[in-house]
Write a protein that binds this ligand. Structure first.
Ligand code: P6P
Length: 338
């Protein structure tokens, strides 16, 4: 029996040999992994470190209260990537503007955008939270600072993407366009080891994940669809199971492995957020990339997420994500019951 343990570093080396590709990208992935290990250690002890828990009293660009662990994670990913000479610009949920590479460091060919600690409202109640990241090649001339044009690329141009779930164990799931692989952090050796090779999402699931408290604000098509899932007339001939953690990475990871559909549709609850809550560049696109690489789908209800041409750094989109047939069925309802 082959009991070779495949570490993350060995996996990206194998990928590089198999699919070609420059060491630069592998260095970026390794640095993201390093930062994730440090954040995982802090998350694991957050309950014990009083000065990390609680609130900074500040608000981020989304107007959401910033938790100290958010700030810590954001700084960790920025500092792990800004000095290596492989990145020309970054963007983060926690920063209103692009994050430029300091003058003293060389600029590289890649763009990295991330939500450093998604689901932060769950930090203090010990529910899984996570990091989501997108990696693009720059589109402007090489050598100088990256620009907004380098950041505002559609998801279909992604070079790689992934997420880390800080939960009962720390899980990394990523893709560079050649399938999806999942790794578990083995704390005894401090390495991410391959645990879920070639993840594929079942074409249809039995789980739906959404905040039903928004039901009164949904469009008729969304309400009709959710009512359909809760009936005995859907394709399963029994109600779907409802599972919603309120942490995008946790809800998506469960549905990726088991099958199911996650919905944060457009709603009329907040006139400032008519298209829903989730952000295109560092939440919807990277998870859409993973979902499609695993055989699933990601849509606004009317168009493929990865086809959207971004127009703003913190642009929000409706997000319907998961098993291919479930997403397609939602689209049929949304378009019929506009
Ligand atoms: P609601 C967490 O704040 C987050 O950005 C995602 O992780 C999660 O899916 C969503 O918001 C939860 O939003 O409105 O249901 O609390």
């Amino acid at each position: 029996m082959n009991n070779t343990i495949i570490s993350f570093d060995r996996h990206i080396m194998d990928e590089q040999r198999r699919y070609g590709g420059r060491g630069d990208f592998s260095v970026i992935l390794s640095q993201i992994i390093f930062a994730a290990k440090v954040v995982a250690a802090q998350v694991a002890h957050a309950g014990l470190i009083e000065d990390i828990l609680g609130r900074t009293g500040n608000k981020n660009v989304q107007g959401e209260e910033v938790q100290k662990l958010d700030v810590y994670a954001n700084n960790m990913f920025i500092n792990a990537l800004n000095y290596i000479g492989k990145v020309c610009v970054m963007a983060s949920e926690e920063d209103p503007d692009m994050i430029m590479i300091p003058e003293e460091y060389p600029k590289g060919e890649y763009v990295v955008m991330f939500d450093p600690l998604d689901g932060s409202t769950n930090i203090d109640v010990n529910i899984s939270i996570g990091t989501i990241f997108s990696i693009y090649r720059r589109v402007t001339q090489t050598g100088g600072d990256g620009t907004l044009e380098d950041c505002l690329q559609p998801g279909k141009k992604l070079f790689g993407a992934g997420y880390i779930v800080y939960g009962s164990s720390t899980i990394l799931v990523y893709s560079t366009g050649n399938g999806v692989n999942g790794f578990i952090l083995d704390p005894s050796v401090g390495e991410f080891v391959l645990a879920h090779p070639n993840i594929t999402i079942p074409p249809r699931g039995t789980i739906y994940s959404t905040n039903e408290g928004n039901y009164p604000y949904w469009k008729p098509g969304t309400r009709t669809y959710i009512d359909h899932l809760k009936s005995e007339t859907n394709i399963l001939k029994k109600p779907y199971t409802s599972r919603y953690v309120g942490s995008l990475v946790a809800d998506f990871h469960r549905n990726l492995l088991k099958g199911g559909i996650f919905l944060y549709p457009e709603d009329t609850k907040d006139p400032k957020k008519p298209t829903g809550k989730l952000r295109l560049l560092y939440e919807a696109n990277p998870l859409a990339f993973i979902a499609e690489q695993a055989g699933g789908a990601a849509s606004t209800g009317y168009e493929r997420i990865m086809d959207i041409q971004p127009t703003a750094l913190h642009q929000r989109v409706p997000l319907i994500l998961g098993s291919r047939d479930d997403v397609k069925e939602y689209e049929d309802f949304a378009r019929k019951n506009l």
